[in-house]
Design a protein around this ligand. Structure first.
Ligand code: ATP
Length: 617
């Protein structure tokens, strides 16, 4: 952890002029890191540009101890509200709402300002990212604050209780995510308010209401009532959990469910939300090449079941490049390396489905226990929950609870978390907390390796079919879109060869795969889209890329951005750059606008259809 020096060093100039409300806060003795207190000091890197009296530095604080007094929680509260105000302005609404607003003051003692965070995870995150800024803001309000510390204070305790040793949990000493204090006591988890953060714990401004739940016929008021019931259930559940007889999820539902090892004490597989593992998706059958070697290595490392090093592990790629395969492979391997571990793998859609089911059956306690008692949680296609507020909130709390306990979380998505539109900022930042790895588009060697491996496997079941090596090379050259398409082409070719009773040669491949080959040839580029859109709306290319905001230019530009997002695999920032260096949020706005217009303006719908057909022709 970086030293305190940077925050403690007196800055040039005095603070008094700029901080009229300042109060002396340094106490008799500036406590050091070895005072048994936990949490992060003012450790995170950024230097403090703001006011900093000489008296605030550790040694001077000791020397002047007699003149300085401690500040109680109550006294600190008033100044803290102003610190919050400034944090909102200076750090921005997003970081403020997601993180800083979750803090509450404990007091200032010996020059150390102590703040309570609801979980270790949050304490650690704030320490790593906002400690410097907060120290500066605190100093503007309270003179002589030399350090700031964050304590994880269970919600059942008041912030004041945190002053007593052992009442609160330390932020982890290591940033790697290991060594976190598990919430388990006496060898099994105990359920408390902290484990079940609810709306009280949600950051201010957190939105409610899940469109999916709405679709499922859940009215907002009804949900509010349900959540009230849930909270009551949860409070009761604290005790039920201790007795080990808490209610379980009713399970069932239309999604087939199984788990590598039942994630429920009842041992009933119906209680588990996990997917059946696909026997084809193992590490043995995963072909490694340059484009996916890092993702493969990270997945292997996590699956070996050693110390939790990357948490979460976030895998992302375009469709069909092996994310799901890798996740299943990890689950298979974990079943061997950690046979006792409760491993749950499911899609984000299934997570939402279970959540909505639990809401309807008023069994949130069962849902929470189910997901928070796992050792490894893997969620595929996380982009599905983007824009689904209630599900995101539940996911957020589940994620926090597991990471706080040092449990491994693995997530996959179709793009980098920063590019997932509709994802709450706090979730986005958590997803980036561990290791984010992408699987790059395949190269020729990898595609050929995959074809050869699949061919060998298929040859076992169809020994009568022969495919000439040149044909595999031809397919690897021509089909570069995704591995799923490549596999489909091979399977079709083998079936065709088997039916006609001839070896698959180049002619046969050309004939029976004509549509796939044609589709693979077609690659729409952003530049092509820009040209076609400019021509269609009769605007100049230079205008399309210029800062001009006149409707006549802005609308075609939005259309071109929208088509670039839907017809190419370019990321939002990349598209923004290609449109005269615009920000990715402009692209998001454009996509949303056109998406809406498509439904309400028939001319727009027609234009889009026409352009799409021209581009795909
Ligand atoms: N490196 C690889 N080696 C062997 N098979 C692969 C490899 N990459 C992908 N595949 C195969 O390609 C198919 C698609 O892979 P998978 O479903 O894992 O993709 P995905 O990235 O999860 O796609 P989506 O985002 O559409 O869900 C699977 O049958 C998988 O076995």
């Amino acid at each position: 952890m970086p030293s305190m020096d940077r925050h403690e060093r007196p800055a040039a100039g005095s603070a008094s002029a700029s901080a009229p409300r300042k109060r002396s806060a340094a106490g008799g003795q500036a406590k050091g890191a070895g005072d048994g207190s936990f949490g992060a000091g003012s450790a995170s890197g950024d230097p403090v540009p703001g006011p900093c009296d000489a008296a605030a530095s550790g040694g001077d604080a000791e020397a002047e101890g007699a003149d300085m007094r401690d500040i109680s929680k109550a006294e600190m509260a008033e100044g803290w509200s102003r610190v919050l105000e400034r944090s909102r302005r200076e750090l921005g609404q997003g970081p403020h709402d997601s993180w800083v607003s979750q803090l509450s003051p404990i007091g200032i003692e010996g020059g150390i300002a102590r703040l309570a965070a609801p979980t270790v995870f949050i304490a650690d995150w704030i320490d790593r990212h906002y400690a410097g800024a907060l120290l500066r803001l605190l100093r503007e309000e309270f003179e002589d604050v030399a350090r700031v510390e964050f304590r994880a204070v269970p919600r059942g305790l008041s912030a004041g209780d945190a002053a007593s040793p052992g009442a609160a949990r330390p932020a982890p000493a290591s940033r790697a995510g290991s060594g976190r204090a598990p919430a388990a006591r006496n060898g099994r988890p105990t359920w408390s308010d902290e484990d079940f953060p609810d709306s009280r714990a949600a950051p201010k401004g957190a939105r409610r209401g899940d469109p999916a739940a709405d679709q499922a016929g859940e009215g907002r008021d009804e949900r509010r009532d349900e959540r009230r019931d849930e909270r009551r259930d949860e409070r009761r559940g604290d005790h039920a959990g201790d007795r080990g007889d808490a209610r379980r999820s009713g399970g069932g539902g239309p999604i087939p469910i199984r788990v590598t090892r039942a994630a429920s004490e009842s041992g009933d597989p119906a209680d588990s939300p996990s997917l059946p593992l696909d026997p084809r998706f193992t590490f043995d059958r995963f072909v490694v090449g340059k484009p996916n070697e890092l993702a493969h290595a990270a997945a292997r490392r996590v699956a070996e079941g050693g110390e939790v090093t990357f948490n979460p592990l976030f895998l992302y790629s375009a469709s069909g490049l092996g994310k799901t395969h890798l996740m299943h492979a990890m689950a298979w391997r974990l079943a061997e390396s950690r046979p006792d571990a409760r491993v749950v793998l499911l899609t984000a859609e299934q997570f939402m489905y279970r959540f909505v089911q639990a809401l309807r059956s008023k069994d949130m306690i069962g849902f929470k226990q189910l997901f928070r008692s796992v050792d490894v949680l893997m969620i595929d296609d996380v982009q599905f929950i983007a824009g689904k507020d209630s599900t995101q909130e539940e996911f957020f709390h589940t994620f926090n609870a597991l990471v706080d306990q040092g449990k491994q979380v693995v997530i996959s998505g179709d793009r980098n978390p920063v590019d997932i539109d509709g994802l709450e900022e706090r979730i986005r930042s958590r997803l980036q907390w561990g290791l984010v790895v992408d699987l790059h588009p395949t190269d020729y060697e990898l595609r050929l390796g995959i074809l050869q491996s699949k061919h060998e496997m298929l040859a076992h079941t169809h020994p009568e079919v022969e495919i000439l090596p040149r044909v595999l090379e031809f397919l690897a050259h021509r089909i570069s879109s995704n591995v799923r398409v490549l596999e489909g082409a091979l399977t079709r070719l083998m079936a065709f060869a088997s039916l006609v009773g001839r070896p698959a040669d180049m002619d046969m491949a050309q004939e029976c795969l004509a549509d796939i080959l044609r589709a693979s040839d077609r690659k729409v580029t952003v530049e092509e889209i820009q040209r076609k859109v400019a021509a269609h709306y009769n605007v100049r290319m230079t205008d399309l890329l210029s800062p001009r905001r006149a409707r006549a230019v802005a609308r075609p530009r939005q259309v071109a951005m929208y088509l670039s997002k839907s017809l190419t695999s370019k990321s939002l920032p990349d598209i923004g750059r290609r449109f005269g260096g615009r920000d990715h949020t402009t692209v998001i706005h454009a996509c949303k606008t056109i998406e809406k217009l498509k439904d309400t303006d028939s001319q727009m719908a027609e234009d889009l259809e026409l352009l799409r057909r021209m581009l795909e022709a």
